[in-house]
Design a protein around this ligand. Sequence first.
Ligand code: MN
Length: 147
Amino acid sequence: MRKVLIAEDNAVNRELLRELLETRGYTVLEACDGQEALDMIDQARPDILLLDIGMPVLDGFAVVRKIRENPHLAKLPVVAVTAYAMQDDREKILNSKFDGYLSKPINPRSLMEELDRLLSQRDDRHAPNRSNGGQVDGKARAAGNGE
Ligand code: MN
Protein backbone atom coordinates (compact mmCIF):
# COMPACT_ATOMS: atom_id res chain seq x y z
CA MET A 1 0.00 0.00 0.00
CA ARG A 2 1.25 3.48 -0.89
CA LYS A 3 2.22 5.66 2.05
CA VAL A 4 1.75 9.40 1.71
CA LEU A 5 3.12 11.81 4.30
CA ILE A 6 1.17 15.05 4.62
CA ALA A 7 3.29 17.81 6.16
CA GLU A 8 0.92 20.69 6.87
CA ASP A 9 0.37 22.89 9.92
CA ASN A 10 -3.32 23.50 9.27
CA ALA A 11 -5.49 20.74 10.77
CA VAL A 12 -8.40 21.35 8.41
CA ASN A 13 -6.17 21.05 5.36
CA ARG A 14 -4.60 17.88 6.74
CA GLU A 15 -8.04 16.38 7.27
CA LEU A 16 -9.18 17.24 3.73
CA LEU A 17 -6.10 15.67 2.21
CA ARG A 18 -6.38 12.63 4.44
CA GLU A 19 -9.94 12.00 3.31
CA LEU A 20 -9.11 12.38 -0.36
CA LEU A 21 -6.20 10.00 -0.07
CA GLU A 22 -7.73 7.36 2.16
CA THR A 23 -10.79 7.14 -0.09
CA ARG A 24 -8.42 6.16 -2.86
CA GLY A 25 -6.61 3.53 -0.86
CA TYR A 26 -3.50 5.40 0.27
CA THR A 27 -2.10 5.06 3.75
CA VAL A 28 -1.77 8.52 5.27
CA LEU A 29 0.75 9.86 7.76
CA GLU A 30 0.65 13.39 9.12
CA ALA A 31 3.22 15.88 10.35
CA CYS A 32 2.38 19.34 11.72
CA ASP A 33 5.69 21.11 11.11
CA GLY A 34 8.86 20.73 9.10
CA GLN A 35 10.95 19.06 11.77
CA GLU A 36 8.25 16.53 12.51
CA ALA A 37 8.07 15.81 8.78
CA LEU A 38 11.79 15.03 8.66
CA ASP A 39 11.53 12.78 11.72
CA MET A 40 8.60 10.88 10.23
CA ILE A 41 10.35 10.41 6.91
CA ASP A 42 13.20 8.76 8.81
CA GLN A 43 10.95 6.53 10.84
CA ALA A 44 8.15 5.65 8.45
CA ARG A 45 9.73 5.90 4.99
CA PRO A 46 6.75 7.25 3.05
CA ASP A 47 6.54 6.75 -0.73
CA ILE A 48 5.78 10.40 -1.35
CA LEU A 49 5.66 13.68 0.58
CA LEU A 50 3.04 16.42 0.22
CA LEU A 51 4.82 19.41 1.69
CA ASP A 52 3.17 22.65 2.75
CA ILE A 53 5.46 25.65 2.23
CA GLY A 54 4.36 27.85 5.12
CA MET A 55 4.98 25.86 8.32
CA PRO A 56 6.49 26.56 11.75
CA VAL A 57 9.93 25.32 12.90
CA LEU A 58 11.12 24.52 9.37
CA ASP A 59 9.28 25.73 6.28
CA GLY A 60 8.82 23.67 3.15
CA PHE A 61 11.86 25.13 1.41
CA ALA A 62 14.11 24.16 4.34
CA VAL A 63 12.60 20.68 4.51
CA VAL A 64 13.11 19.91 0.83
CA ARG A 65 16.69 21.20 1.06
CA LYS A 66 17.44 18.84 3.92
CA ILE A 67 15.84 15.93 2.09
CA ARG A 68 17.95 16.50 -1.00
CA GLU A 69 21.12 16.78 1.08
CA ASN A 70 20.56 13.31 2.51
CA PRO A 71 21.65 10.57 0.09
CA HIS A 72 19.16 8.12 1.61
CA LEU A 73 16.23 10.44 1.01
CA ALA A 74 17.30 12.30 -2.08
CA LYS A 75 14.95 10.36 -4.36
CA LEU A 76 11.82 10.78 -2.28
CA PRO A 77 9.23 12.51 -4.50
CA VAL A 78 8.23 15.82 -2.89
CA VAL A 79 5.21 17.85 -3.96
CA ALA A 80 4.97 21.46 -2.81
CA VAL A 81 1.51 22.38 -1.57
CA THR A 82 0.91 26.07 -1.16
CA ALA A 83 -1.62 28.86 -1.19
CA TYR A 84 1.01 31.33 -2.30
CA ALA A 85 -0.30 32.78 -5.51
CA MET A 86 2.49 35.26 -6.14
CA GLN A 87 4.55 34.71 -9.23
CA ASP A 88 7.91 34.82 -7.41
CA ASP A 89 6.79 32.17 -4.98
CA ARG A 90 5.76 29.93 -7.81
CA GLU A 91 9.09 30.51 -9.46
CA LYS A 92 10.97 29.93 -6.25
CA ILE A 93 9.12 26.63 -5.90
CA LEU A 94 9.83 25.59 -9.46
CA ASN A 95 13.51 26.46 -8.93
CA SER A 96 13.73 24.48 -5.70
CA LYS A 97 14.15 20.76 -5.51
CA PHE A 98 10.50 19.83 -5.66
CA ASP A 99 9.14 17.17 -8.01
CA GLY A 100 5.70 18.71 -8.31
CA TYR A 101 3.50 21.59 -7.27
CA LEU A 102 -0.11 21.86 -6.10
CA SER A 103 -1.90 25.05 -5.13
CA LYS A 104 -4.57 25.36 -2.47
CA PRO A 105 -7.44 24.86 -2.44
CA ILE A 106 -6.44 21.38 -3.57
CA ASN A 107 -8.11 20.16 -6.71
CA PRO A 108 -8.68 16.41 -6.10
CA ARG A 109 -8.07 15.53 -9.70
CA SER A 110 -4.76 17.43 -9.87
CA LEU A 111 -3.70 15.75 -6.64
CA MET A 112 -4.35 12.27 -8.01
CA GLU A 113 -2.65 13.08 -11.29
CA GLU A 114 0.47 14.28 -9.46
CA LEU A 115 0.56 11.15 -7.30
CA ASP A 116 0.04 8.85 -10.30
CA ARG A 117 2.73 10.64 -12.27
CA LEU A 118 5.35 10.65 -9.52
CA LEU A 119 4.69 7.17 -8.17
CA SER A 120 4.74 5.61 -11.62
CA GLN A 121 8.04 7.40 -12.39
CA ARG A 122 9.40 5.93 -9.21
CA ASP A 123 8.22 2.45 -10.23
CA ASP A 124 9.93 2.86 -13.57
CA ARG A 125 13.19 3.76 -11.85
CA HIS A 126 13.14 1.14 -9.12
CA ALA A 127 11.21 -1.79 -10.58
CA PRO A 128 11.55 -1.87 -14.34
CA ASN A 129 10.03 -5.36 -14.54
CA ARG A 130 6.83 -4.46 -12.79
CA SER A 131 4.99 -2.89 -15.66
CA ASN A 132 1.23 -2.46 -15.63
CA GLY A 133 0.99 -2.12 -11.89
CA GLY A 134 -2.36 -0.45 -12.41
CA GLN A 135 -1.16 2.82 -10.97
CA VAL A 136 -1.38 5.01 -14.00
CA ASP A 137 -5.09 4.59 -14.59
CA GLY A 138 -4.67 4.18 -18.32
CA LYS A 139 -3.37 7.69 -18.78
CA ALA A 140 0.16 7.28 -19.96
CA ARG A 141 1.96 10.55 -19.48
CA ALA A 142 4.99 11.87 -21.23
CA ALA A 143 8.02 11.99 -18.99
CA GLY A 144 8.86 15.46 -17.79
CA ASN A 145 5.36 16.77 -18.37
CA GLY A 146 6.66 19.77 -20.28
CA GLU A 147 7.56 21.86 -17.24
MN1 MN B 1 0.87 26.26 6.32
